[in-house]
Ligand binder design. Sequence first.
Ligand SMILES: [Mg+2]
Length: 343
Amino acid sequence: MFENSTKTSLDSFGEFNLIKKLTENYVSKKPNLILGIGDDAALVKPNPDKLQVYSTNFMVENINFDIAYTPLKHLGYKAVVASISDIYAMNATPKFIMVSIAMSSKYTLEALEELYEGIYAACEKYEVDLIGGDTNTSPQGLSLSLTACGEVDENKYVTRAGCKMNDLLCVSGDLGGAYLGHQLLEREKRVFVANPEMQPDLEGYDYIVGRQLKPEARKDVVELLDSLNIIPTSMIDISNGLASELKHLAIKSNVGFSIFEEKLPVDTQTLQLASEFHLDATMCALNGGEDYELLFTIGQSDFEKIKSNMDITIIGYATDQANICQLITPSGSQFDIKAQGWN
Ligand SMILES: [Mg+2]
């Protein structure tokens, strides 16, 4: 798809010129950044009142993304979102990112510029500064490694450990949409491969396709919790699926969870497409990944502050049955939740 002779091959560009070309118009914003891109390393003056928070995320073509239906601009955006989502999951604010890219010769300069357009768009939206990275060639495909750095008040960071029995389990947004968006894009790709005359039929599913291709990180939720004076007792972002993240919270906090099936927030497009694919919407909500919502627990005393918020759903509570996570159906049956995750 990139083998167009009017495009610029990366071989004709040295690494120095490439980085210069990709970053020449970029203006960094953070006042405590002493030196950004362009030297051997970046220089940052840390805020003495804060803890520094670091996280890394690695994405590999045909493992984590398919370039056949992922626009490169979206991919760049999503890579930033995935990396800063982990910073928000610590109740922290992302400040800086570093991006390293390895790509094969099928990627042209124009393709890489499109990828960076997405990276810059996410930097702008989430107010983070790109402060460095590296580029290299790869015998096959495209790989992206992003390191995010953020900060948090010493008394406000939130880990996966700290949830206590009877704490309320909350989730932001809705679940399963990114998974069904992926299923839909895969189906349309199969149709296209079988008959290239066919145009993809994504009509009516713009929301869930967007959930897959251009997810957002929940900056707003971290800000909301702060404004409500709520510090969650534990928190994690949903990158692999609710079931798998729930297990992480249970193991680290040494509690169990009971969640109510009818409380799981699922969008109508997700429900509709699940039925079209003969998939169980609850299973999609439990095991579909890449929603990048926040899953967190709060003490019961914080219930009043959060109960009327439309974007936060209380889906269950913590029990003293260590590591046992159960789904309670509307009829009252209980099932053990297995962490399946999702590729
Ligand atoms: Mg995470």
